[in-house]
Design a protein around this ligand. Structure first.
Ligand code: M6R
Length: 610
């Protein structure tokens, strides 16, 4: 959600913090602020809008000092304005705090503080915490103790950083439910909500654990639990390169990430796929292989795009491994007291590995005795660390808020998982080989679709001004339709719905008129004729038909206004190829409408609050 960057060292902190904030803007971008501590006190500058707006408002180089913290916000409590922007201070203005997450009992704490005569400027829960720490400091006269005492009374989630003029050569960081990492430099230390903010200074990082605090000083750092028990920190190396989080000549991260898919998809099966044996080697699952062999049921839990990938996973696993699968929104699963047996396998799918609902679902499943597997992109993320076993997506950093390459990598990993499980059960090596070969061909097939991106752009331009879109697919392509609709609505703000094509007649057909474009995903599989009937139903009502069809389909152009051709593949792999033109269609429409595709309104890349 929000982004945090803190620095203590020998360099000027403000420019360094601002450049880190820019790399974190995809996490939240409705306001930005910086606090620098120097001999003249704490100087705070904050502004609604992007980091660039803050830079226009204040000369960052005039904020001198070698200790500081910055924040980009994704509003939870209080509208995005200058006052609600972080950092927040205590009553005296000598303690500054930035906070990701939600303090659930902030109203109770605020009431106590109001009764004691404290006042507030903002509507935020975070300011309440800053004032509370300040009040505790007045009696305790020890910053670390004041923060720890406050956090012991707090309910909710936080990744926070506190600075103070009382103890100016120290940064305090703490996490519960919201990620923080420490960057270990040469005589300098950083703290950030994301490795992207520290990689230009150091590759050496420490991932803070749940309920852990870090005290950063100029000459070193220590970690401990919030309850004050020393912990041992493990220094790890960031697993990606700086250029992977830069645009590399593309206009937007989203476009770059769409075009990276031949490579990222290949990285998802490289060293795993064993074509001759018709199987796959998933080292991260070796420790749970016996449990997988004995599993009676698989539950997939995720949110958003990752949930759509999970729906494809259901079809794949039931098809290749014949194990029943249920797919659950993590936000529902966590609260509905799900029935879980000890021989259930729960798979959590997440790009960021930090999604609060998915994390909570995992914890619920573990509590009830299931074996939990993670399919996660971000190495070292909380979900990756809290699951019993897992398979990384290896898609590299995804910065565009709309997930693209992570989705196809999720399908890559899910196909391999289904193959792995199938080969443990009744799938023959011959059947396995067919799937493995199909997967191995996908990168070149994606490339051939990308080569035709201009065609997709010209279709997009025709539909940039419509108000509604319908996406229809059947079987494996029903989740692809959902994902196509989600992509369009989140970056273009056009209302779009995805449906199983046959469901159209049970309601959405009422929407169809000459203004409504309907996107069909119609590869020549065993239900092709059925989907042709659905296309006719739309044509009969004057709807505009855009079809994603096989490149050798000689009939489809007679029933469609536009055809986007994709190479032939196995039916189970069709949603992978279909998602490429759907991503491009959404992208080009959004750009034509003048939308900020990398940072769509109201969204954030990783949703670390409920
Ligand atoms: O990081 P996760 O995969 O757990 O995120 C889940 C959703 O928040 C995410 O997929 C969201 O729907 C994206 N904006 C989709 O493009």
């Amino acid at each position: 959600m929000c982004g945090i960057v803190g620095y203590i060292g020998t360099q000027q902190a403000a420019p360094l913090i601002v450049s880190g904030l820019k790399r974190l803007e995809y996490r939240g971008y409705d306001s930005a602020g910086v606090c620098i501590i120097s001999d003249s006190g704490a100087r705070i500058e904050k502004k609604a809008g992007r980091v660039a707006d803050l830079e226009k408002y204040v000369d960052i180089s005039s904020m001198t000092g070698t200790v500081g913290v910055g924040h980009t916000r994704w509003a939870t409590h209080g509208v995005p304005n200058d006052v609600n922007a972080h950092p927040h201070t205590d009553q005296s203005g000598s303690i500054a705090l930035v906070h990701n997450g939600i303090i659930e009992n902030y109203l109770t704490i605020k009431k106590k503080l109001l009764n004691a005569g404290y006042t507030f400027r903002s509507e935020t829960d975070s300011e309440v915490l800053a004032v509370f720490i300040g009040m505790l400091y007045e009696t305790l006269q020890d910053m670390e103790l004041a923060v720890r005492t406050a956090l012991s009374e707090v309910e909710g989630t936080f990744g926070l950083v506190v600075l103070s003029t009382h103890e100016p050569d120290m940064i305090i960081a703490a996490r519960r439910g919201s990620p923080l990492i420490l960057g270990i430099g040469n005589g300098e230390y950083l703290v950030a909500s994301d490795a992207a903010a520290v990689i230009s200074h150091t590759r050496q990082v420490v991932y803070l654990n749940e309920n852990e605090m870090a005290i950063l000083r100029r000459d070193g750092f220590s970690t401990k639990t919030i309850e004050n028990v020393d912990t041992r920190s493990v220094v790890e190396e960031i697993s990606f390169e700086l250029e992977q989080i830069e645009k590399g000549g593309f206009e937007h991260f989203m476009l770059k990430e769409i075009f990276e898919q031949p490579t990222t998809f290949h990285d998802g099966f490289r060293g795993r796929l064993q074509i001759d044996a018709g199987t796959v080697k998933l080292g991260g699952l070796a420790s749970v292989a016996d449990k997988l062999r004995a599993a009676k049921r698989i539950i997939i839990t995720a949110c958003g795009t990752s949930w759509h990938a999970g729906l494809v996973g259901e079809y794949l696993i039931e098809h290749l491994a014949r194990v029943p699968v249920e797919v659950e929104y993590a936000s529902e699963f966590r609260y509905r007291n799900p029935i879980i047996h000890s021989d259930d396998i729960v798979i959590a799918i997440s790009q960021s590995g930090e999604t609060a609902d998915t994390l909570a679902a995992i914890r619920e499943a573990k509590l009830k005795g299931a074996t939990v597997i993670g399919m996660v992109n971000v190495v070292g993320s909380t979900i990756a660390r809290e699951t019993d076993a897992g398979v990384y997506l290896h898609a590299g950093p995804e910065i565009g808020v709309a997930s693209t390459k992570a989705f196809t990598s999720q399908l890559c990993v899910l196909t391999q998982f289904a193959l792995y499980l199938g080969r443990m059960r009744s799938l023959s090596s011959e059947q396995g080989r067919e799937v493995a070969l199909g997967l191995a061909n996908i990168p070149a097939q994606i490339r051939s679709i990308l080569d035709r991106s201009e065609e997709i752009r010209s279709i997009a331009l025709e539909y940039a001004n419509v108000s509604n879109f319908l996406y229809l697919g059947r079987g494996y392509n029903f989740p692809a339709a959902l994902e196509g609709a989600l992509k369009l609505k989140e970056i273009s703000y056009i209302h779009a719905e995805g449906y199983p094509a046959a469901e159209m007649k049970h309601g959405p057909i009422a929407l169809i008129d000459a203004e409504l474009p309907v996107v069909f995903i119609a590869p020549k599989d065993e239900i092709y004729d059925k989907i042709l009937s659905n296309i006719e139903e739309v044509r009969a009502r004057s709807g505009k038909v855009i079809v994603i069809a096989d490149e050798d389909d000689t009939h489809i152009h007679t029933v469609a206004n536009h055809v986007i051709r994709v190479p032939r593949t196995l039916p189970m792999l069709a949603p992978i190829l279909a998602s490429i033109p759907l991503q491009l269609l959404a992208y080009y429409i959004a750009v034509e409408r003048g939308c900020n595709v990398d940072m769509p309104r109201n969204l954030a890349k990783s949703v670390t609050v409920e």
